[in-house]
Write a protein that binds this ligand. Structure first.
Ligand SMILES: [Zn+2]
Length: 666
């Protein structure tokens, strides 16, 4: 492609993709399919790699993240990011109104009431219509620069529809409830600690040093205030937000103007009713004076404005009766007690179950079957047992103890000292088999289409499968004999099972359900070792050499391959023809498996060029020196990284050395 032609196509793609983002994330009216979007963005990335001079900050390719920071820079907020005073009832709300009226000398004040999103407050700055910096609130005066992470949020426009000289807006970054539930599901499978609520999940995602992690977290934002603007003036707050929407921002929804505090109170009640049905969490309603001139007259206290306040809704709690405590045996044998109670409506939905985590949790709250209990939803999402009403306890209610034996297979349960979980140690336990086969067949693992939990259960009940390898021994006739199957659907299932054989080592390692090994860890291990034999032979120390694989994970892999049941299973899978090798998607290259760090000024090339050279030859470039670094590529004025590399005994090479390595294929 000619250079001018390339530039034209890049511009065209940027426009199409930015517009697609806008219609999808802001107007909620998708124009092109996800598939089409992915195809176009790939085309753009390829073109930008070929012609880096045309890669700009507003390119949608910037949203995929990448590049790991060592820390966040500080940002001093030109306009203080204030917090709000809270009011908790009608009386306090009316006091706020009285103070406002008397300060302004008015009988009635015009307000705007908005949902108070429970997320993280950020500042976004634009110069000539281009997003150039985003930061956290911090202490209100100094925050952290999280520009790269914010770029990955697709509802943040990278370029505004107008070239305003300077604009700073404030918004709330949040994780929508469905994304939060999905994220926790994935973490549960990987046995990673769960996030307590969407707010924590959003906070954890926003403060990632690796922006590609943030990019995967489905964060979203609502803009709720104009902090500073050059080149235009607004009379009211509501007018300014309407304008922000025109500029391409996703602005806080359902904003209405009220005349006087009575109308405000009605509006607060109306918003409160909607609470459980929203896609995101709120922790209150914000009442703001609408006139910007009146805001100036009212002024601020040291950290809080006098022209706004937050009305906090009480958490919604319900009383119900605990009918039973049932035990669920997971794929790794962990036994989780669940509370089953009389159905109650909490925060918009009917609930009848909540996890009780483990026996310590039950004992700390002294929960007994038959008790009256208080239920609330953590962050309006996950039902939890808050407390027991002991006054209502029946005299014969017995203290709850875990049974000695597995409720499913009858083998003894065990509790290892430093673990909270009680486990069934019988690896032939049907409950564990069921869970592990469901996991094996799931998306992200071997992805066997049409093999859902209900069918796995039938297969186990009929004695057709015990382990995941048995799936590959199934014949069409076996499946036809199951209730609900016909010739055609049975053939389809056999075909999906057959197709799953070629998923490769990374998916297989994840599918095996090794404790603590999620899909990302599985991929890293597969990348490093290439075949299942090499993984099985590796000891924990060797596995822990992989960046991002911790000691516990490495130990878990070593342990898995030391068990004879695992070896038998793998042999069985191999006999059935399951692919156990990893084919690198990236080019192999002579630097494959090597991690580089680049520091200082290189004589003959830019650092970005060196990075590309290393990556093109299969190497990885990391930003900080650690024991896992293979080479430090050092130029002039290399500072602390060089010292650290020397201290750790890491190979230090020059640009010339790098080129020699490439020439000689060392
Ligand atoms: Zn069991």
């Amino acid at each position: 492609m000619e250079k001018t032609e390339a530039k034209q196509r890049i511009d065209e793609l940027k426009e199409i993709l930015n517009e697609a983002n806008r219609s999808y994330y802001i107007l909620d009216a998708p124009e092109i399919s996800d598939f089409e979007y992915d195809k176009l963005i790939r085309e753009l990335i390829v073109l930008e790699e070929e012609y880096p001079e045309y890669k700009t900050q507003d390119s949608p390719s910037q949203r995929v993240g990448g590049g790991v920071l060592e820390g966040f820079e500080q940002v001093t907020h030109a306009v203080q990011m204030q917090s709000l005073t809270d009011v908790f009832d009608k009386e306090e709300l009316f006091d706020f109104d009285n103070r406002t009226k008397s300060s302004l000398g008015l009988d009635t004040v015009e307000y705007v009431t908005e949902l108070k999103i429970d997320g993280l407050s950020v500042s976004l700055e634009y110069r000539d219509g281009m997003f150039f910096r985003g930061s956290t609130r911090g202490d209100g005066n100094i925050g952290e620069d999280i520009t790269n992470n914010l770029r990955t949020i697709k509802s943040i426009p990278l370029k505004l529809t107008e070239q305003i000289p300077y604009l700073e807006v404030r918004g709330e970054v949040f994780m929508p409830k469905p994304a939060f539930l999905r994220l926790n599901e994935l973490r549960e499978v990987a046995e990673e600690p769960l996030f307590a609520n969407p707010r924590n999940a959003a906070a954890g995602s926003l403060r990632q040093l690796d922006s590609s992690v943030t990019a995967q977290r489905s964060l979203d934002i609502f803009i709720f205030n104009v902090q500073a603007v050059e080149g235009m003036e607004f009379v009211t707050h509501s007018e300014s937000l309407d304008y922000m929407r025109k500029l391409g921002f996703k602005v806080i929804p359902d904003r209405r103007i009220q005349h006087g505090i009575d109308e405000v109170y009605d509006e607060i009640m109306r918003l409160g009713e909607m609470r459980g049905n929203l896609d995101f969490e709120i922790d209150g309603a914000v009442v703001k004076v609408n006139s910007l001139e009146e805001r100036l007259l009212l002024g601020s206290n040291s950290k809080t404005p006098k022209w706004a306040t937050a009305y906090k809704y009480p958490p919604e709690r319900q009383e119900t009766e605990l009918i039973d405590i049932v035990l669920q045996v997971g794929r790794t044998g962990a036994v989780t007690p669940n509370a089953v109670f009389k159905p109650v409506r909490v925060a918009g939905s009917l609930v009848s179950r909540a996890t009780l985590h483990n026996i310590d949790f039950i004992h700390s709250k002294d929960i007994r079957i038959g008790d009256h209990i208080i239920i609330q939803k953590a962050g309006d999402v996950i039902p939890e047992v808050v407390e027991v009403i002991k006054d209502k306890r029946k005299p014969d209610a017995a203290k709850y103890e875990m049974p000695d034996d597995c409720p499913v297979c009858g083998e003894p349960l065990e509790r290892i000292d430093d673990e909270a979980a009680t486990r069934c140690t019988n690896s032939n336990c049907p409950a564990q088999q069921l869970r592990s086969i469901i996991h094996f067949a799931s998306k992200g693992a071997m992805e066997i289409d049409g093999l859902g939990p209900a069918i796995v259960e039938k297969l186990i009940d009929e004695g057709l499968v015990k382990t995941c390898a048995d799936l590959y021994e199934l014949k069409k006739d076996d499946i036809v004999s199951l209730e609900g199957f016909a010739e055609k659907s049975a053939s389809n299932l056999i075909e999906s099972i057959e197709n799953s054989k070629s998923r490769g080592l990374d998916r297989l390692l994840f599918a095996l359900g090794i404790r603590l090994i999620g899909s990302r860890a599985a991929k890293l291990i597969a990348e490093r070792f290439g075949t299942i034999e090499s993984v099985a032979e590796a000891n924990a120390e060797q596995i822990a050499e992989i960046p991002d694989i911790g000691e516990k994970m490495a130990g878990s892999v070593e342990h898995y391959f030391s068990e004879s049941a695992s070896i038998e299973l793998i042999e069985h899978l191999r006999k059935c023809g399951v692919d156990m090798t990893y084919e690198a998607v990236e080019k192999g290259g002579i630097f494959s498996g090597k991690t580089f760090v680049i520091t200082g000024t290189l004589p003959g090339m830019k650092r970005s060029e060196a990075k590309k050279l290393i990556e093109d030859n299969g190497g990885k470039v990391s930003s900080s020196v650690s024991k896992k670094t293979d080479y430090l590529l050092a130029g002039d004025e290399a500072g602390s990284k060089l010292d650290k590399a020397n201290k750790l005994g890491i190979n230090v090479i020059s640009e010339e050395d790098l080129e020699k390595m490439l020439d000689n294929n060392f």
